[in-house]
Design a protein around this ligand. Structure first.
Ligand code: G3I
Length: 473
C-alpha cells in the first residue's frame, strides 16, 4: 500500500473524525398520505427494525474474516439491516494488480447480506489510501484517469444491482483548510477527478446511490465542511450526478459530536442530496458515550433526508480503534449503555419523524373509531433475476388498536417469493397474502411494523409487484 490511513505512531487522531426504490402507499382511511411511523411497540427490540419503522436503515461495518464467528453473526444479523464491507471492497482488495479483479471476500459479505435481508453500502471506489503498489507507476494523468475509470466500472459492474449506495470518492479534502488533499488523483488529474469519478459511476450502475464520504465534516462551520458543501452545491447546480453525502462521524473526547450536528445534516440535505451517517463510532464508555450516540440518532431522525446510520463495526473487540471502545457492543457482545440509548432514541415517539401532514377528516364524536391500516413498500435492491422488497411498512391508520392485519399484493407472471421475514406469507396464483406474526400483529393507532421479502423473476424482466392493499382485523 502506498498511502496509510493510520499515520506512523499508530493512533489516528480525530479521524477522525435503488434509486430504483419505489414507494407504493395505500392508506385506507383519512385519505391522504402516510402517517407518522413513530414508536411501534413491536419494533423496539432491534436497531434495524426500529430504524426501519422510522424510515431509516441501521447498519454496521463488517469484516469477512469474522463471518465464521457465531457470536459475531448472531448480533450482526439480529440487529442490523445494512452492512458495509470494512476493507473488502477497497482498491487494494479488489484490484491488487492492474486489470486483475478479485471479489472473493466482498462477495462473501454480499452473499451473507442477501441471505439475511440486509442491504449493502459499497466502500469505497476512489480513496488516497488502500492503493496497491502498481498505482505509483501510473505517472501520467491519462494513465491514472484510465485506471480510475476502469476500476470504478469494473467493480460497479461486478456488484451491479446489489449495492444500495457507493462511497464513490472518500476523504478528498484536508482538515483545517478545506483544501483538496494532495492525493495521487489530485496531483495527477487535478480538481476534476471527483466529478469524473461520479460521472463514471453513474454510467456503470445507474441504480446505486452515489455518495461523497468524509470525516470531520460534522461541523457545518468548519472549513472542511464548507469546502465539501461548496463542491456538492456546485455538483447539484451543474447536474453532476451525486445522490448523497456520507458523514463518517468518528468522534472522541477531543472531537465530540458538534453542537450544530443537526444543522450540518440539514444544510447538506437542503442541497437536494441524502445524508447518511456512514462510519459512526464514539470513543468512551457509560453515560457520556451514550449521550453522544443519542445526539447523533436524534439529529438524523430530525432531518427527513438523513436516510440512515452505520456504525463502524459490530463489537469493540474488532474496532479499528478497539482501545477507545467506541461501539455499541462490548468485546463479549454485551449491549452497552450506548446501545440502549440508540434503541430508545429510535423508538422514542416524541422525537419528530418527518412525514407529510395528513388532511384531517372531521369525525363526529358519536362515530366509533375506525379500524384501518395502510401499507407502503420499497424495493431496496434488484438485479436481473430478482429483487428485495424491504421495508414493507404496515401502519395502523385508524382510530382504534388492531390485533390483526392482512396485506395483499400481486406478483408479475413468473415471479416467486423465495424468502421473507417478520411475516407469514401464502401465495395463490399470483396473489400473495401476508399476515402479521404473533410478534407484530397488534398495532396501536399510529404505530407501524415492517416486514420484507425476496423474490425471483425471469432474467431481464424489470417488473415488480403491485397492488399492495392492507386490511385491518
Ligand atoms: O488483514 C491483515 C492481516 O492479515 C495482517 O496480519 C495485518 C498486519 O497489519 O493487517 C491486516 O490488514 C489490516 C486491515 O485493516 C484489517 O485489520 C490493514 O493492515 C489495515 O490497514 C486495515 O485498516 C483499515 C483502515 O481503514 C485502512 O484501510 C481498518 O480496518 C478500517 O477500519 C479503516 O476504515 C477507514 C475507512 O475505510 C475510511 N474512513 C476511516 C476508517 C477508519 O480509519
Amino acid at each position: 500500500m502506498i498511502d496509510k490511513a493510520v499515520p506512523p505512531g499508530g493512533h489516528r487522531k480525530r479521524q477522525p473524525g435503488a434509486r430504483s426504490a419505489f414507494v407504493v402507499g395505500l392508506v385506507a382511511a383519512l385519505g391522504a398520505g402516510l402517517l407518522a411511523l413513530s414508536g411501534p411497540a413491536d419494533a423496539a427490540s432491534t436497531l434495524g427494525a426500529s430504524a426501519e419503522a422510522r424510515g431509516r436503515h441501521f447498519g454496521a461495518a463488517v469484516a469477512a474474516a469474522h463471518l465464521g464467528e457465531a457470536d459475531y453473526t448472531t448480533v450482526l444479523n439480529r440487529e442490523f439491516d445494512m452492512v458495509t464491507p470494512e476493507n473488502e471492497m477497497k482498491w487494494d482488495a479488489v484490484e491488487p494488480a492492474r486489470g486483475s479483479f478479485t471479489y472473493v471476500q466482498g462477495d462473501r459479505i454480499v452473499a451473507s447480506a442477501r441471505e439475511h435481508g440486509q442491504r449493502v453500502r459499497g466502500h469505497t471506489l476512489v480513496w488516497h489510501s488502500g492503493l496497491p503498489q502498481y498505482m505509483s507507476t501510473l505517472t501520467s494523468a491519462d494513465e491514472l484517469r484510465a485506471a480510475m475509470n476502469d476500476h470504478i466500472t469494473g467493480v460497479m459492474n461486478h456488484y451491479k444491482g446489489q449495492i444500495y449506495a457507493w462511497d464513490v470518492v472518500n476523504e478528498a479534502f484536508l482538515d483545517g483548510s478545506g483544501a483538496r488533499r494532495d492525493s495521487m488523483f489530485q496531483r495527477r488529474i487535478g480538481d476534476g477527478f471527483i466529478e469524473e469519478a461520479f460521472r463514471t459511476a453513474r454510467a456503470a450502475d445507474p441504480d446505486a446511490k452515489l455518495c461523497y464520504n468524509d470525516y470531520n465534516i460534522d461541523d457545518a462551520d468548519a472549513a472542511k465542511t464548507r469546502a465539501v458543501y461548496a463542491m456538492v452545491q456546485d455538483f447539484t447546480a451543474r447536474g453532476v450526478p451525486i445522490d448523497c453525502v456520507g458523514l463518517q462521524s468518528h468522534f472522541n473526547g477531543q472531537a465530540p459530536v458538534p453542537g450544530n450536528y443537526q444543522r450540518t445534516i440539514e444544510r447538506f440535505a437542503a442541497l437536494g442530496v441524502d445524508v447518511q451517517i456512514t462510519e459512526l463510532d464514539i470513543e468512551g464508555s457509560g453515560g457520556a458515550q451514550a449521550d453522544g450516540y443519542r445526539k447523533v440518532v436524534n439529529a438524523c431522525l430530525a432531518v427527513p433526508r438523513c436516510t440512515g446510520i452505520t456504525v463502524w463495526g459490530v463489537t469493540d473487540k474488532y474496532s479499528w480503534r478497539a482501545g477507545g471502545t467506541p461501539l455499541l457492543f462490548d468485546g463479549a457482545y454485551g449491549k452497552k449503555p450506548a446501545y440502549d440509548a440508540v434503541l430508545a432514541a429510535l423508538n422514542d415517539a416524541t422525537t419528530p419523524t418527518p412525514t407529510p401532514t395528513p388532511t384531517p377528516t372531521p369525525t363526529p364524536s358519536s362515530t366509533p373509531p375506525t379500524a384501518a391500516c395502510g401499507v407502503s413498500a420499497t424495493t431496496s435492491g434488484q438485479w436481473g433475476g430478482g429483487y428485495i422488497v424491504r421495508p414493507v411498512t404496515v401502519t395502523n391508520t385508524g382510530g382504534s388498536p388492531i390485533t390483526r392485519w392482512t396485506v395483499t399484493f400481486t406478483l408479475p407472471a413468473g415471479h416467486a417469493v423465495t424468502s421473507s421475514w417478520n411475516v407469514s406469507l401464502t401465495t395463490a396464483g399470483r396473489t400473495v397474502t401476508a399476515r402479521g406474526t404473533a410478534r407484530n400483529s397488534s398495532l396501536a393507532p399510529g404505530a407501524a411494523t415492517t416486514f420484507g421479502f425476496w423474490s425471483s423473476r425471469p432474467n431481464g424482466d424489470p417488473s415488480l409487484p403491485s397492488g399492495y392493499t392492507c386490511t385491518a382485523g
